[in-house]
Design a protein around this ligand. Structure first.
Ligand SMILES: Cc1cc2nc3c(=O)[nH]c(=O)nc-3n(C[C@H](O)[C@H](O)[C@H](O)COP(=O)(O)O)c2cc1C
Length: 206
């Protein structure tokens, strides 16, 4: 099958398959704070890491949402790892609450203070990145027309890892069980990994 996305046969394919193909996507569970100290928390699956040194991550707001507004206002956000144990609460934090209402309270999640930035962390998450905003890109389409999509890039200036999930100095990711977004209403959970050695001379990406 081949189709141009804007010409998709909506009878045959009711839901957009694009998001089901780029899967699984890690969940950017993003906490932010506005100038008045109001706290926000929401999941973003248009999220990923783009650089390791310095560590840079980004999330994309489809429309001008609160996380974007707060990150723009104060220049900070926190990434919280969404895990199997926290899956229902993570989903609850995507509820369209009135601006200023905390999704932490709504989802019954405790906060933990951050060290280098103001937005609090999800206490129950086993890992967090404290981030400073580097850039906010207003995305454009192929015709150079601005679209209501905003990519927020941040540098992780502080990293928290629950030591219960460290062994021999290495993260035990299958014990953390992060969840990731697939298409439609589906998710996956990372509970198994496999290793492949890199070809000789390919450098050491450990
Ligand atoms: C798993 C998951 C992933 C999501 N990913 C995105 C995303 O990448 N971009 C987006 O704009 N909304 C995404 N949403 C929807 C937002 O979380 C939702 O609109 C939320 O209310 C935004 O909150 P905010 O306005 O407090 O930032 C996602 C929802 C879920 C459950």
């Amino acid at each position: 099958m081949f189709f141009e996305p804007h010409l998709r046969d909506k009878q045959a394919m009711r839901y957009d398959p694009f998001k089901a193909l780029i899967a699984p996507r890690p969940v950017g569970w993003v906490s932010t704070m506005d100038k008045e100290g109001r706290v926000n928390l929401a999941p973003y699956s248009f999220f990923n890491a783009f650089s390791s040194d310095p560590p840079i991550v980004g999330f994309c707001s489809e429309g001008a949402k609160d996380s974007l507004a707060y990150a723009r206002e104060t220049g900070e956000f926190v990434w919280n790892m969404a895990t199997w144990d926290l899956r229902n609460q993570m989903s609850e934090t995507s509820a369209p609450l009135e601006r200023g209402k905390s999704e932490f309270t709504h989802a019954g999640l405790e906060t933990a203070p951050s060290i280098l930035v103001r937005p609090p962390r999800v206490k129950a998450s086993p890992a967090h990145l404290e981030c400073k905003v580097i850039d906010i890109f207003h995305l454009r389409d192929v015709n150079a027309n601005p679209v209501p999509r905003f990519l927020v890039m941040g540098q992780a200036i502080g990293i928290h890892i629950d030591e219960a999930f460290m062994e021999g100095g290495m993260v035990q990711i299958t014990k953390m069980k992060p969840i990731a977004r697939c298409g439609y209403q589906d998710y996956s959970v990372l509970d198994a990994v496999f290793a492949i050695q890199r070809p000789k001379g390919a450098g050491n990406l450990l």
